[in-house]
Write a protein that binds this ligand. Structure first.
Ligand SMILES: [Zn+2]
Length: 339
């Protein structure tokens, strides 16, 4: 998988968290190394592995990749035992199998699906060895002006034979998508770790300003501060990143939201804050006024802020590409072995 999609991958499970964290180290390397222009750094990698599909045209914050293993022994068993199909019929049915979005993205995978990052995993449902496992990869693109053209180009470029790729879409709201993103971010971060707040801030900025190369901005960065002079945007000064007050307030809110489930209050760049303390701080710094929040009650303030930050109940279209190539290969191999 390309570095870019690994970085954005939403992953479940302890081992996967470790894997997902690797790109962070890359971001912290000295400037000279991290400074390669984006396009140059990614493209050779994408063409080197012919199976990779090129996702480098998508802004980091708008693309999510899920991978999940499926056990062919389990699935074969389900088709023959439970549906009563003859083995030959079962195989031709299995070839057409396409998991739902829910089956590939739910927190707890159900049989015949499972997650594992081990080299030689065994199916947790039936103990089958690796040769029985296939991997599904699901890419999700958030529909927007920025992603529509590259998405159409990508869909057009995909091979059509044997339904190696399946395309689907669904409607959601900006608020729902934001909380899915937040949930995935929360699973990736360890708030006991120094640097997790910088990581949370960077992840938010990648979403808020997708055109900026934040990997470069955050390379070698040591702290994020509220700017005293900027009215909007950001600037980097040495190892410090200064955010305009509104952007800084957004980042603080995201830090609070992403970490509040892990502990009492939320962990932010300004220390551990309860909702009361967060709202008071945001009011004192003029953030609430700047965001046009007139509510007094802290819970109402939070709701309004979340609506403004996320885009609320406005509809967003989610586009999915399901990569079935590994699955089709495996089904073929397994069938060849048994026929
Ligand atoms: Zn199994």
């Amino acid at each position: 998988m390309a570095t870019a999609s690994k970085k954005r991958a939403t992953k479940v499970g302890k081992k996967r968290e470790t894997a997902a964290k690797k790109p962070k180290v890359v971001a912290k390397k000295p400037k000279a190394q991290a400074k390669k222009p984006k396009a140059q750094a990614k493209k050779p990698e994408a063409t080197a592995k012919s199976r990779e599909i090129d996702l480098s045209e998508f802004p980091t914050g708008a693309l999510t990749t899920h991978t999940r293993l499926v056990c062919l022994a389990c699935i074969f068993d389900l088709f023959t035992e439970q549906l009563g199909l003859a083995p030959r019929t079962a195989y031709s049915e299995i070839k057409r199998h396409a998991p739902s979005v829910e089956e590939l993205t739910s927190g707890a995978p159900a049989r015949p699906y499972f997650d594992s990052e081990e080299k030689h995993p065994r199916c947790p449902h039936c103990d089958a060895a690796r040769r029985w496992h296939a991997r599904f990869t699901l890419h999700r693109v958030e529909g927007s002006k920025l992603t529509d053209a590259p998405r159409r180009a990508l869909f057009k470029s995909l091979p059509k034979a044997d339904e190696q790729f399946q395309i689907s879409d669904e409607k959601s709201t900006h608020r729902a998508v934001f909380f899915q993103w937040l949930d995935a971010l929360g699973r990736r971060l360890d708030f006991a770790e120094e640097g997790s707040l910088l990581e949370a801030t960077r992840a938010y900025l990648e979403r808020a300003e997708p055109r900026t190369d934040w990997a470069e901005v955050f390379a070698g960065l040591r702290s994020v501060r509220r700017s005293q002079r900027l009215a909007e945007g950001w600037e980097r000064d040495g190892a410090r990143l200064f955010l305009a007050p509104a952007l800084y307030g957004d980042a603080l809110l995201v830090q609070y939201l992403v970490s509040r489930a892990h502990a009492h209050g939320g962990v932010t760049l300004e220390g551990r804050l309860t909702l009361h303390e967060l709202v008071r701080r945001l009011r004192q710094t003029g953030y609430l006024e700047a965001r046009g929040v007139a509510e007094r009650d802290q819970f109402d303030v939070l709701e309004t802020l979340i609506d403004k930050l996320t885009g609320g109940d406005e509809t967003v279209k989610l586009h999915y590409v399901l990569d079935r190539r590994d699955f089709l290969d495996r089904v073929k191999t397994v069938y060849a072995h048994y026929s």
